[in-house]
Design a protein around this ligand. Sequence first.
Ligand code: SF4
Ligand code: MG
Length: 338
Amino acid sequence: STPFLSLRDLKVHFSTEDGVVKAVDGLSFDLEKGKTLGIVGESGSGKSVTNMAILGLHDPRNTTMDGEIVLDGKELISASETELEKLRGNKMSMIFQDALASLSPYHTIGAQIAETYRKHTGSSKKEARDRAIEMLRRVGIPQPDVRVDDYPHQFSGGMRQRAMIAMALVCDPELLIADEPTTALDVTVQAQIMDLLKDLQQEFGTAIIFITHDLGVIADIADDVLVMYGGRCVERGTKKQVLSAPDHPYTLGLLNSMPSLDGPVDVPLSPIPGSPPSLLNPPTGCRFHPRCAFAEKVSGGLCSSEQPKLEVTEGRGSACHLTSDQKRDLFADFAATR
Ligand code: SF4
Ligand code: MG
């Protein structure tokens, strides 16, 4: 069957005064309805750029997009701004890390949710207000019929995040893109928001793309995982495959730099040395090679000269020149701590 969302060899390049930034450089994945894809990577890996591309939010004046983005049979790269406008907030919507940036300070929470609903359904003002109250109730805002008339600044951070979720879901979108939506929240509120998203997904059957740098969050919510580095996917698979049997040195590095999800807590953490690559002048060969602890294990200097291919079998794969035998040996320390 045709997947609900399908990306094929997506490229998103920005022209800047300094040259072309290849922010996403050949990305493919599928997502089914009701499933959650976790996209993980450091900042600048291309996660947010990918999702802005799906939503059609890049400025066409300095952005070149190539490849295919097909949502429920509709190709989005070639779609007009009018068509995209119709889809955004309706068939697909987004929640961000910063609710204040997506809520206007000048209008009540209720008016903003109602307006989104009216815009896409043409409902009456009364219906839209009722719908806004109902959505606030669903996302767990106490006294929604009173709080509907509050302004964003009258809500706590966690409540604003809930209100943004209410606004994102008011038109029953089939695709929800969540870009680090809990990063700014304290751990307790973060857990509540994650539970809320899971409940709403159950209820609405929404497909979710969840972008984060936090593998703990991925472990909580994702079905499948895509690890991005330097604008490319370096590893993909089910959550279990990626988190418990990583197949790429970068994923291993990410896992080693965070507290174990369920293993011993006294294993020393080792952050990945160095910083993410420039996308203006990306490293030759494997983009991770300047930071990779295993690059010298590959003979012939291949890591710095040849870009490893992402080989995928049944949704599972990684892009690395190491052989499976080498990985088994080199990753053994990691396996021993899990
Ligand atoms: Fe490391 Fe080479 Fe594999 Fe890249 S291809 S992750 S540099 S071992
Ligand atoms: Mg981002």
